[in-house]
Design a protein around this ligand. Structure first.
Ligand SMILES: *Cc1c(COP(=O)(O)O)cnc(C)c1O
Length: 368
């Protein structure tokens, strides 16, 4: 069976380094917000070409805390509207709701699965104060166009980069250069391109005020122990997870390159008119967190692949506006989003997929 994502295999090369980290962790006896978190924050900020990184408990909290920080700074108010792609993972929407803001969903482009900038302006009202851009499946959204709309309409842009570690900056020069100065939220959930061995997340920003506020909010709203400036939460990046992430970060670019190689092969070699391949403008940054195809009869294709020993997953089977949890949105209609959710299928994609496995997947798909 070719697993969709073999996490054990992905982490295997790092196991002895993880063990060393665990031993020194035990030896220091310092368990919360220690040197490993600080080191990771410094290195991940540099990796992203940004000034600040603040480690938090998970990706959802990274988004929630960003929205709360903008409220603390007087730049957002409860009840403000936030534009968000209708086809995102539900965490993006939940973050907006948890920060007492109102999500306004906008359709993606069918080809890229990312927010369609042409449809944003029609959704802007006097209450619209922000846009949450999502780089879905690892492909950079049309951030330049979206930033231009935001500047014109005086909106804050926040980027959900939970699936896009490494796609949000250009590493062509010696110094990484961030593609935009928007604040970004990352997740280090184990299956992400940079995955911990448990939960983890981070906010990356160039805005000193935002950075300071989030640093306080993640730790009970306190900068100095027992002195509280904000109504904060407890959402800190775990010291041991930071230690593991410090082992993996130097290899992220290589792992992303492996993913891109596999994606290139899928795009060039899968030839079957029942299978619609994702659009990838080779000049656009894409780190292939997922390789998502579309097919009219998904159930049939998924069963066929399973019979042939190939595991696939669906990202995602139900769009947020049709979820039971979001009953207030159930009557809305988003035809492109709904089509994507009915037809999408994620092929195995990971840096440890072997060329022989990729050959086999392509062969089986071409015979379908
Ligand atoms: C994974 C993910 C999140 C949430 O991250 P967690 O660490 O699981 O909380 C948010 N947005 C997107 C697009 C994601 O893929």
């Amino acid at each position: 069976m070719i697993q969709f994502l073999d996490l054990k295999k992905i982490n295997a090369p790092y196991e002895s380094a993880f063990q060393q980290k665990l031993e020194s962790f035990l030896a220091t006896g310092w368990y919360i917000l220690g040197n490993e978190v600080t080191t990771f924050e410094t290195n991940f900020a540099a990796f992203c070409g940004a000034t600040y990184c603040i480690g938090v408990g998970n990706g959802l909290d990274a988004l929630v805390l960003l929205f709360k920080a903008y409220q603390q700074l007087g730049k957002l108010q409860k009840g403000d509207e936030v534009i968000v792609p209708a086809n995102t993972y539900i965490a993006s929407i939940l973050a907006i709701l948890q920060a007492d803001l109102v999500p306004v969903m906008v359709e993606p482009r069918l080809e890229t699965y990312n927010l369609n900038p042409d449809l944003i302006v029609a959704k802007i009202t006097p209450k619209t104060k922000a846009i949450l851009v999502v780089h879905l499946y690892g492909q950079l959204a049309e951030t330049d166009e979206i930033n231009a709309i935001a500047t014109k309409n005086n909106l804050i842009v926040v980027e959900d980069a939970a699936q896009a570690h490494g796609a949000v900056f250009e590493a062509k020069s010696q110094e990484p250069r961030a593609k935009s100065q928007n604040s970004k939220a990352f997740s280090f959930y184990p299956s992400k391109n940079l995955g911990a061995l448990g939960d983890g997340g981070a906010v990356v920003t160039d805005d000193e005020e935002v950075a300071k506020t989030i640093k306080s909010l993640r730790n009970y709203g306190s900068q100095i122990k027992y002195y509280n400036d904000h109504i904060g939460v407890n959402s800190r990046l775990d010291e041991l997870q930071a230690a593991f992430l410090n082992v993996k970060l130097p290899h992220l670019m290589t792992e992303n390159e492996q993913r891109r190689k596999i994606a290139k092969r899928y795009l060039l070699e899968i030839k079957n008119n029942k299978i619609l391949l994702p659009f990838w403008d080779l000049s656009a940054a894409h780190v292939f967190h997922l390789f998502v195809i579309r097919t009219p009869n998904r159930t049939h294709l998924q069963a066929y692949l399973k019979q042939n020993g190939i595991e696939t997953l669906i990202h995602y089977p139900v769009p947020p506006h049709q979820q039971k949890a979001l009953a207030a949105y159930n009557k809305l209609s988003f035809p492109i989003t709904e089509k994507i959710h009915q037809e999408c299928l994620s092929l195995p994609m990971s840096p440890v997929l072997t060329p022989a496995e990729v050959n086999f997947i392509i062969e089986v798909l071409n015979k379908y």
